[in-house]
Structures are given as C-alpha cells and as structure tokens.
Write a protein that binds this ligand. Structure first.
Ligand SMILES: [Fe+2]
Length: 387
C-alpha cells in the first residue's frame, strides 16, 4: 500500500429527495447564520422556486437576493454579484439556487467580495496564486443535474477578453451543504436535461480513468455511471418522473465529488477551449467529444473502460465508447461540432488553446498538439473517418 496521504473534500451534509428545498431554512439555522446572500437566476425565479425558498426562511433570518445570474457567467457578471455581496453588509451565509452557472458565480463572487483583487489572481494556473483567506459557508441547491458544483471545489467562469474559460479551485469552495430536490428539476426542458446529464456522465468517466483516481473516487464515479445509465433516458423523455430526476441529481453529485477529488481529463480541456470561443452548452460539447476522446485514451486504460462499459450497459465486456454514442443518440444530443456551428477554420486556434492545458489535468494518455487537432477534426465531422 502506498504511503501517500489522500484526501476527500466533501460537503459536510447532503440531503436528497423530494422536498429537500425546504431544508434550506434548517441548514441556515444549523450554520448559525442570520443573513443569507441568495444567488439565483431569472428562469429559476420564474419557476417559483426562489419564492418558495425565501418564504421558508425563518423570520429572524434576513435575506439579500441577487437573481440575475446569466448562463456561462463572465467576469463582468461575477464582479456585479461580488459588488452586491459587499453591499449586503453582514451576510454570513451564501445560498445558491440554480444550475452550474449560479453555483459557480456564487462561489467566485464570494472569493472576490471577501478577498479583493481580480478573478485572474485566483484562477487555476495563476502565477503566483493569490491565497483565498476568507469565504462564507455555502448552501447549494442545484436546479439542473450535471455540473455537480454542489460537490466540487471548482468555480468556472468565462473571460471574453482573453477568449478563455477557466476556474478557481480551492477545497474550501466545496459547499458546506448540498440539497438535492428532484421537484426543482422537473421543469428543466429535455435538451438541457440531456446536455447536463452528459456532463455528469463525463465527470464520472473522466474521474474514473484519471491518473489521480483512487479507490474512493472510483466508488463515487462508478455509482454515478450506473445511476446515469438507469435514469438519464427517462429524465429526458419523462421530465416529471421524480425517481429519474432524483437519480440524476444524485449521479451528478457523486460524479462531481469524484472529479473534484481526482480530476477531469481531455474532454473537459477541449470543451473549455470551445467554451472560451463560443457560447455553447458545456454538457453538449462534452457529449460530442466524450466517445472520440475515450477511443484516443483506450490504449492507456482499456481495463478501466471495460469496467465503465459494464457499468453503463450492465453487460460485461461492452464497448464503453459505443455505449456513450448510443446514449447520446437516444437522448437527442448533436453528434458533431459541425452541427453546433463550429467552423473548420477555427480548429488550429482551438487546438492551440486546448493544448496549453491538455497535459496538466489527469488525463490517462499524454497528448501532442497534432493529436489534439486530430481529435477536434474527428469531433467536427465524425462521419469523415468512416467514409
Ligand atoms: Fe463538466
């Protein structure tokens, strides 16, 4: 047994099941907080979930609300939220109610509001990294099932001036409490359910083959893959099915915990390069890239993919990449970057942007610039190599 000390950073409390949203009030009180800074977005507010959350808070708890987070939040959006948090004098707990954009914005706004400086001072790879000295306890309530941000130490942002998607990483960014309520995800439309679900599957699969994987993250990742296999198709076709929605929320949480404590890989590196260039849904680009990257990685981790193929299909020896393709087709995801409008002429610049990070994460196979370009070409038009 190796003598390396390994760590799992997880929320201190996770509650899941229909009605978990109503547990926010208890969580706020248990944290000893009296002033909640609540972050959400317009879609969640219009669905009535924000109003329910606020109505449940005890009278003694003051709430300041910022409900205008935009999808794929930019540095400018995060700075606005940080300003609102600074102005909410005395806020002592962060509550996020929304998808990955909302949860990540809440985390990044707290980093800025409590520690000063600019996001680029704290981002992954910042040199020298600025320390984060203060944060607020965070109660996260995801309204989509995929990003897993309620379980992770990551907070993603988009910097349009540098055409870059990057993230802040700090174990203290793992929310204190995650509340997984399937009732708040039933109104998510099929296309978003499919894309975010594929993001969860990608987190689990990349975590499982990561060089930083360990038996504890393997357990989280494998269970997440099995839950996706059981529930994603039904969550897409029968949005009101609470069992399917609850299964996907738990899958997303477990997959988030898996990759946050090991790593993602090349699918995310490529997806983040795409996310810096275009406003494309992250889960959808992952869905297009996942099978080609698995085929590229296969020589380095064939036995691991065999276990994932079995977890995804229930059949020992099943081809994991083929199972991912058939799942993507069943839930109506695009099959190519061309379908998403990515122009072939951008591939060299995209490959260069992705290559800068391509060997930093725990991807199981090292990659050259030419190989990154080749993978993007295959994802642009997967029919081409078969012709
Ligand atoms: Fe992701």
């Amino acid at each position: 047994m190796s003598q390396v000390v390994r760590t799992l950073d997880l929320p201190r409390r996770v509650e899941w099941g229909a009605g978990a949203l109503a547990r926010v009030a208890d969580a706020v009180v248990a944290l000893g907080a009296t002033h909640a800074f609540v972050v959400s977005d317009q879609a969640v507010a219009q669905a009535g979930h924000l109003e329910r959350l606020l109505a449940d808070l005890p009278a003694a708890v003051h709430a300041t609300v910022y409900d205008r987070v935009e999808p794929e939040p930019t540095v400018a959006v995060i700075e606005r939220v940080a300003e609102a948090l600074r102005a909410a004098d005395g806020a002592d707990v962060l509550v996020s109610l929304g998808g990955g954009s909302v949860m990540d914005t809440a985390k990044n706004a707290a980093v800025l509001a409590l520690n000063g400086g600019a996001l680029s001072d704290y981002e992954d790879g910042a040199d020298p990294a600025r320390p984060i000295s203060r944060l607020l306890p965070h109660i996260a309530v995801p309204t989509t099932a995929g990003t897993g941000s309620e379980a992770t130490a990551w907070a993603v942002f988009v910097d349009p001036t540098r055409r870059l998607k990057n993230a802040v990483f700090d174990p203290r960014l793992v929310p204190a409490v995650a509340l997984l309520d399937p009732e708040v995800t039933v109104s998510v439309p099929p296309g978003v359910t499919a894309g975010t679900g594929m993001d969860a599957l990608t987190h689990a699969m990349e975590a499982f083959v990561s060089r930083l994987a360990n038996p504890a993250t393997d357990a989280l990742a494998l269970q997440a893959v099995e839950l996706v296999a059981l529930h994603l198709r039904r969550a897409v076709t029968e949005g009101a099915d609470l069992e399917a929605r609850a299964g996907m929320l738990l899958a997303s949480f477990l997959a988030g915990a898996a990759f946050s404590n090991s790593s993602c890989g090349l699918v995310h590196t490529l997806s983040e390069a795409l996310g810096g260039f275009y406003r494309l849904p992250h889960g959808v680009t992952n869905g297009v890239l996942l099978a080609p990257v698995m085929e590229f990685n296969a020589p380095s981790c064939a036995a691991r993919y065999a276990r994932l193929g079995a977890a995804l299909t229930g059949a020992p020896g099943a081809d994991a990449a083929a199972a991912v393709r058939s799942l993507g087709a069943d839930i109506g995801l695009p099959r190519s970057l061309a379908e998403l409008g990515v122009p072939a002429g951008d591939l060299p610049a995209l490959a260069a942007a992705a290559f800068e990070w391509a060997n930093d994460a725990g991807n199981p196979r090292d990659v050259t610039l030419e190989q990154v370009h080749g993978l993007l070409e295959r994802a642009l038009d997967p029919g081409k190599d078969r012709a």
